[in-house]
Design a protein around this ligand. Structure first.
Ligand code: PRF
Ligand code: ZN
Length: 373
């Protein structure tokens, strides 16, 4: 290997500005990854994603395996070619989606058995199987199978679950030893809301030579102060030289806080899902475009945003599109919200490079007063 996968260029406290290299490009970190569950970021085309400067998107093993099928995608040359997406792709392993979407889940040593939410058919995800699926998709970053324990799980259950997650990670490593594939593979730490179990999970997972490490099992319905407490406890325990990924998180304040704790990568449906219900993030705070006060507002959605929606349309028009349930509303709102989240990460990176990350975090905290832990 000529160049290492991950390089840290600057630090400011625990916050890191780095570069992550995959088979499909170079990703500046911290980074926010738009979610494209079924191989499409809802309402947007790859051109739109390129215009807003997204270097990496997420795909989902669970969804793509069930429909259209990973082998079908493989026969079409992989997900990049199938979806005409030239950038990087990270795929979640499917375990999390099995727990949130499918019915009749049965967790066994072998893997997790479930019924499809589409047609009720029965399937088994094993640590080996989910990697084979991700290889068929030709994901740049594959995630291992894990069990995300729900908030409120007791100590005994969480301890048992984390031991299983570790055994599954070992099987993943055995199936794809380091250097056996050009796809990168990340391990996922769990441990619920018990600090000693978080530590144990990190110690067991990080003894294995994964290309990066994720923090799973946070933002699952717990109060914010609990999440931040666990985040600040766990992130510094992960190996400093590898990329760190906080799965399924979060709000702008969660992301800014995660970066402060030393996390490099984030993904969340929030910007795209909220775009479709009219909740928009701006440099002046969060607004709902539905509101009457915008009916005759000729100003741009966000005067400080460079996106296509903000450069060309008024709040009054965006409100009208939303009220009329026009498809263009989904596209423009999604373009804007993703621009906001990508810019948040870019601005965070710049702040780290310039040694003013604490000021940046204070600014974001002031912008979202209702969310502070
Ligand atoms: N595990 C996996 N994917 C995830 C999570 C997890 O714990 C979360 C939790 N926030 C989101 N997505 N595999
Ligand atoms: Zn905008």
């Amino acid at each position: 290997m000529s160049q290492s996968v991950f390089t840290i260029e600057h630090t400011d406290g625990a916050a890191r500005a780095g570069v992550l290299r995959t088979a499909h490009g170079t990703i500046p970190t911290p980074i926010f990854m738009p979610v494209g569950t079924v191989g499409s970021v809802k309402a947007l085309a790859p051109d739109d994603l390129a215009a807003i400067g997204a270097p990496i998107i997420l795909g989902n093993t669970y969804h793509l395996y069930l429909r259209p099928g990973d082998e079908l995608v493989h026969r079409r040359g992989g997900l990049h070619k199938f979806a005409s997406w030239p950038g990087s792709i990270l795929t979640d392993s499917g375990g999390f989606q099995v727990f949130s979407l499918s019915s009749l889940r049965k967790i066994r040593e072998e893997g997790v058995e479930f019924r499809s939410h589409l047609d009720g058919s029965k399937h088994l995800f094993t640590p080996e199987k989910v990697l084979e699926i991700q290889r068929n998709l030709n994901s740049d970053i594959m995630m291992v199978l894990d069990e995300c324990v729900p908030f409120g799980a007791d100590y005994a259950y969480t301890e048992k679950s984390l031991a299983l997650t570790t055994r599954w990670a070992k099987r993943a490593m055995d199936a794809y030893p380091p250097g056996s594939a050009h796809n990168l593979m990340f391990g996922i730490t769990q441990g619920g809301f018990y600090k000693d179990l978080r530590e144990r999970s990190v110690n067991e997972l990080c003894a294995m030579d994964f290309d990066g490490f994720a923090i799973g099992g946070l933002s699952v319905g717990e109060p914010k102060d609990k999440m931040y407490d666990l985040l600040y406890h766990t992130a510094p325990l992960l190996p400093g030289e590898k990329p760190r990924y906080l799965m399924g998180v979060g709000t702008p304040l969660d992301i800014a806080t995660g970066i402060h704790a030393g996390v490099d990568m984030f993904d969340c449906v929030l910007p795209t899902r909220n775009a479709r219900n009219g909740t928009l993030y701006t440099s002046l705070g969060k607004i709902n475009i539905k509101r009457r006060e915008f009916a005759e507002d000729d100003g741009p959605l966000d005067p400080n945003c460079r996106c296509y929606a903000c450069r060309n349309f008024s709040r009054a028009y965006l409100r009208h599109l939303y009220a009329s349930q026009e498809l263009l509303s989904f596209r423009l709102n999604s373009l804007h919200n993703l621009t906001y989240f990508l810019d948040l990460a870019r601005n965070a990176r710049q702040a780290i490079v310039e040694g003013r990350y604490m000021d940046f975090l204070a600014k974001i905290t002031a912008l979202y007063p209702d969310e502070a832990a």
